[in-house]
Design a protein around this ligand. Structure first.
Ligand code: C2E
Ligand code: SIN
Ligand code: SIN
Ligand code: FE
Ligand code: FE
Length: 502
């Protein structure tokens, strides 16, 4: 499974560069892949790339590092480097270094779409770095997240089969210089070709829902025999069931190529002329190439669709990443060790008792594990303060749910887990944060989670107070029913307390 993931990770090297205390040089403290030879090297910060990172730019993209004038000539093996993204690492002290994501020369460029993700990671790494014990874990997480992100992108882009088909039809019309084109896909159960997409038709509606049996009509024969066909005199071919429609479109000539993947036909790509058939065989051959490309696009889309639905390994990899993150939060905040895992498991039990469906439970678990991930952006001086917080400190502390949103919202598989990190400090009477939502405006998973979180917080020692005895906590929860908490949730929690806590 590691190998499989590796194929999907489009990252050929990673380095982390930290500025030395005196500020005039930086050290490569971590490097792997094509960056590995630079591990341990010290470079001067006067080189242009370092200047750029240190001055203003949060992220720098270089599309071809090897030939870039910005390249660090002291680095070893820069010839192999193609697209590079360099991201500032910040902590409360300011910019403390940069990490570089690299792909080999000729590889696909980093997409600026990743900006939020990169910045969130930069911030996370910056905070985590100051605890050297967390350093390696942060790197592992970074790589995992990047891997998952690449898979996600692959899934979301190829999943959209219709989008790929439209792109192929568009290319077919332009490159073949035809007037219209369409794709029919074979339904393996019914053995019928089904019309899936078309461009250039006068009456596109008349083709929707059209099916052709394997072996029948032009497309059906092309699919069955797996060879291309050209029909020059369409108007006189009136024995075909769809002849009327083709005449209506004023088509005079058509080509049809089979879409074949691993010897199996999966559909037919058709191209139509309203003028005479051109006699250029090379151009017609090109339709076969387009059909092959369409076949690959469709089979990729199907593969990823299956993967998303059923690939347990992928799910497990996601969950391992999330647990890694939640561990980072807990590790930083020594007093709360195990807090995230504990509250996630109690919240699941309570959600089940309250009748939430199985499909919601997985998001509650993930949301619970990540609920305080936004605290990674809270300075130690506030998080570990032994006494009460000042007003200014509270302003920052109340930002932690918002930080969580910034970190998680762009990661598509975590979107449905977001309500808990974002709303776990909202209160039923509207006096909570960040939005001051009231009652049922607060998503139910967040209302459920709130009581579990407070119970666990009060039953643990904190830098600013000792743990409360259980009776005192239960009394407090009852007292806050209708104020902090949803009364129905309080009832369910108290009535099932023994089951929930053990
Ligand atoms: P946390 O320690 O995980 O606490 C989560 C929530 O449990 C708190 O959200 C609050 O609703 C409840 N809770 C925790 N401790 C107490 C307590 O001693 N008394 C009461 N009545 N409720 C308590 P809240 O208040 O929004 O705080 C969010 C986070 O802010 C806390 O997470 C903690 O990290 C920090 N924090 C809160 N109060 C203090 C403080 O006095 N000093 C410091 N250093 N940090 C604080
Ligand atoms: C390197 O690690 O030397 C390449 C990227 C950089 O200079 O920051
Ligand atoms: C982003 O667009 O910032 C990241 C998207 C993702 O991780 O799915
Ligand atoms: Fe919180
Ligand atoms: Fe918490």
């Amino acid at each position: 499974s590691a190998r499989e993931l590796h194929k999907l990770v489009k990252l050929d090297g990673l380095s982390v560069n930290l500025i030395n205390p005196e500020g005039s040089s930086y050290k490569v403290v971590y490097a792997d892949g094509i960056a590995a030879p630079n591990l341990g090297k010290t470079h001067t910060t006067t080189i242009p790339i370092a200047q750029a990172v240190l001055q203003s730019q949060q992220v720098i993209y270089i599309n071809d590092y090897a030939s870039s004038p910005q390249r660090n000539i002291d680095s070893i093996d820069t010839d192999k480097m193609g697209p590079v993204a360099i991201i500032q690492i910040r902590s409360e002290m300011g910019i403390i270094g940069a990490f570089s994501l690299m792909r080999i020369s000729g590889a696909e460029e980093f997409s600026p779409d990743n900006l939020h993700l990169f910045l969130a990671i930069g911030e996370m790494v910056g905070n985590a770095l100051r605890r050297s014990g967390l350093f390696e874990q942060a790197m592992t997480r970074l790589k995992q997240v990047q891997a998952l992100h690449e898979i996600d992108m692959a899934i979301s882009t190829s999943l959209d089969q219709n989008f790929s088909l439209q792109a192929i039809l568009d290319r077919t019309i332009r490159l073949m210089e035809v007037d219209a084109a369409s794709v029919l896909l074979l339904n393996p159960t019914t053995l019928q070709l089904e019309y899936k997409a078309g461009q250039g038709f006068f009456h596109p509606r008349s083709f929707e829902g059209m099916t052709i049996r394997l072996g029948e009509s032009i497309a059906g024969q092309v699919a069955l025999r797996q060879v291309r066909a050209t029909i020059n005199d369409l108007p006189s071919q009136n024995e075909y069931p769809i002849a009327d429609r083709l005449v209506q479109e004023k088509f005079t000539c058509m080509h049809a190529s089979p879409m074949i993947v691993k010897g199996q036909v999966i559909g037919v790509l058709q191209a139509f002329h309203r003028s005479e058939c051109p006699g250029d065989p090379e151009k017609i051959d090109f339709l076969d190439a387009l059909a092959a490309q369409a076949a690959i696009a469709v089979s990729n889309a199907r593969m990823f669709a299956d993967l998303e639905k059923s690939n347990l390994e992928l799910q497990l990899a996601y969950d391992a990443t999330i647990e890694g993150w939640s561990l980072a939060t807990d590790l930083r905040d020594k007093e709360t060790e195990g807090h995230s895992l504990r509250v996630a498991s109690v919240a699941i039990k309570l959600a089940e008792l309250m009748g939430l469906a199985g499909k919601d439970i997985v998001h509650i678990r993930r949301g619970g594990l990540l609920h305080d991930i936004g605290k990674l952006a809270i300075p130690d001086s506030i998080l570990f303060k032994p006494g009460p917080l000042t007003d200014e400190e509270w302003v920052l502390m109340r930002q932690h749910p918002v930080h969580a949103r910034e970190m998680l919202q762009h990661i598509s598989f975590l979107k449905r887990a977001l309500p808990i990190p974002l709303y776990h400090h909202e209160k039923f009477d509207g006096s909570g944060y960040p939005n001051g939502l009231t009652g049922e405006q607060i998503p139910l998973p967040a209302r459920i989670f709130a009581i579990v979180d407070v119970y666990d917080a009060l039953s643990s020692d904190r830098p600013y107070r000792k743990a409360w005895p259980t009776e005192r906590i239960l009394e407090y929860l009852k007292q806050e029913s209708g104020k902090h908490f949803d009364p129905q949730v309080v009832t369910a929690f108290l009535n099932n307390f023994e089951y929930l806590i053990n």
